[in-house]
Each structure stands twice: as structure tokens, then as C-alpha cells.
Design a protein around this ligand. Structure first.
Ligand code: B12
Length: 207
């Protein structure tokens, strides 16, 4: 069942993917395994895009399907999950509106039991500070795909430090071009290449 769901979203088959997810839920499938199947399918879409087999509309439609499928699965996850393991504030850095990857990371964190406050895209440093202070978050996750996002990421790290929150929370960054050098430049605590790394970092820092 999971394999079929992964294959259907990888083929960007909207109706069939959603139908299969509904059927799997009715049959009592483990909601987390369905999320994992969707994520696997999404990574195939990414590979096909890189191979120029798919184009931008495929990428955008597959992200839409992912969102719709998660909306079907989420009510099931909430009743299944125990109390939150920790709180994460996530958003795309100021000046950057890419959110497909950020949304996947947010979903995977939620599915793994974290309370996630998603600030959306083009998020100014002050908004990260405000939400982190208000929620008592233990982690701030910043996504960025544009080179210009690196400055905004660094400004966000600085703003969290100026607000006196730096010692109390971990800051992780990620997104296509993020690497060790970008991490050094921004002064965040860690970076991740995919949603599983985001979950691993949350487990390490928040438990
Ligand atoms: C889709 C896309 C768009 C869509 C975005 C739709 C949306 N809702 O997000 C649209 C068409 C709107 C768009 C616009 C632009 N784009 Co664009 N876009 C892309 C594209 C093709 C794919 C990005 C994507 O979604 N990948 C799939 C996701 C799943 O991968 P991901 O984001 O990397 O996320 C994964 C990991 O990185 C990780 N991750 C992500 N975030 C985080 C966070 C944490 C904490 C962790 C741990 C992990 C993590 O997990 C995710 C899941 O696996 C890339 C090219 C590419 N191959 O990356 C260009 C690209 C990013 N875009 C680019 C550009 C230049 C632009 C524009 C400026 C174009 C323009 N001239 O208008 C505008 C940006 C406007 C703005 N202010 O942001 C450039 C950036 C170049 C640069 N070095 O700065 C790229 C690289 C294309 C290129 N080769 O030139 N874009």
C-alpha cells in the first residue's frame, strides 16, 4: 500500500494518490508510514526534476498533492500522538518565498511528535524572535533556497541572540544550497540536508 502511494505521488497523480491515502486510512494503515511513503515519492519527483524528466509545474503540483494528502492524514496523527516532545518554530528566511521543502520538514517534525509553529515564507528576524519567545520553543528551524537568504539567516541568529534567547534554544538551518560554510557564516548550531536530518536534530536537542 505504501509503495503504491509513493509511486502514485511520484507520478504526480493527484486523484489516485488521494484515493489511495483515503483507502489506506480506512483500512487502518499506520499514518506515519503513509507520510514516509509520500516523502519517498516526493524525493523521486525531485530526482526526476533534476534529471529534467519533470518540470516546474510537476514539482509544484506534487507539493500540492503532498499538502492535500497530509491534510487527510493529520487528524489521525493527532489522535495517535502523545503529548508534544518539544516546540519548534519554523519559517523561510526573509526575502525568500520557497516553501515546498520547508513544508515537508514541518510536516515530518509534526508527525514525529513535535509542536510546530510555521511562520510561512519571507519571515523577518523579528517574527522568529517573537514566536520563539511567545511559545518557549526549544528550536528554531530556518529554511532558505536563495543565496540572499544567508544574510537573513545570519540576521535571525543575531536577533535571537540580542533578544537573549540564544542560550535557551538550538537554531538549525536547511534548504538546497545550505552547507557547512553557510552554517559557519550564519552562526546557527547545525544544518540538515533533508527532513530526516531535521527530525534527528530535534531528537538530539529536544529529546
Ligand atoms: C520550485 C522553485 C521555485 C518556485 C517556489 C514554489 C514554492 N512554493 O516553494 C517559484 C517558481 C515560486 C520560485 C521562485 C523563485 N526562484 Co526558485 N526554485 C525552485 C526550484 C526549481 C525547486 C525548489 C524546491 O522546491 N525543491 C524541492 C524541495 C523539496 O527541496 P528543498 O527546498 O531543497 O528542501 C529539501 C531540503 O533542502 C531540506 N530542507 C529544506 N528546508 C530545510 C530546513 C531545515 C531546517 C532542514 C534541516 C532541512 C531543510 O528538506 C527538504 C525536503 O527534502 C529551485 C531549483 C532547485 N533545483 O532547487 C529554484 C531556485 C531555488 N530558485 C531560484 C531563484 C533565483 C528564484 C527566483 C529569484 C526567480 C526569479 N527570478 O523570480 C524566485 C524567488 C523569489 C523569492 N523572493 O524567493 C534559484 C536560486 C539561486 C540562488 N543561488 O539564489 C534556484 C536554485 C534555481 C536556479 N538554479 O537558479 N522558485
Amino acid at each position: 500500500m505504501s509503495e503504491r502511494i509513493a509511486a502514485l505521488i511520484a507520478e504526480v497523480e493527484e486523484d489516485k494518490t488521494l484515493e489511495e491515502v483515503r483507502r489506506a486510512l480506512d483500512d487502518g494503515a499506520d499514518p506515519l508510514s503513509l507520510v514516509e511513503a509520500l516523502r519517498e515519492g516526493m524525493s523521486v519527483v525531485g530526482e526526476k526534476y533534476e534529471a529534467k524528466e519533470y518540470f516546474l509545474p510537476d514539482l509544484i503540483l506534487s507539493a500540492e498533492i503532498f499538502k492535500e494528502a497530509i491534510a487527510l492524514i493529520e487528524p489521525r496523527l493527532k489522535s495517535d500522538s502523545i503529548s508534544a516532545r518539544g516546540t519548534v518554530v519554523i519559517g523561510t528566511a526573509q526575502g525568500d518565498i520557497h516553501d515546498i521543502g520547508k513544508n515537508i520538514v514541518a510536516t515530518m517534525l509534526r508527525c514525529n511528535g513535535y509542536e510546530v509553529h510555521d511562520l510561512g515564507v519571507d519571515v523577518p528576524p523579528g517574527a522568529f524572535v517573537e514566536k520563539a519567545a511567545q511559545t518557549g520553543a526549544g528550536m528554531v528551524a530556518i529554511s532558505g533556497l536563495l543565496t540572499l537568504a544567508f544574510d537573513a539567516m545570519r540576521d535571525t541568529v543575531d536577533a535571537l541572540a540580542e533578544a537573549g534567547l540564544r542560550d535557551r534554544l538550538k537554531i538549525i538551518i536547511g534548504g538546497g544550497p545550505v552547507n557547512e560554510k553557510v552554517l559557519d557564516y550564519c552562526g546557527a548550531d547545525a544544518y540538515g540536508k533533508d527532513p530526516s536530518e531535521a527530525v534527528r536534530l530535534a531528537e538530539k536537542h529536544l529529546g
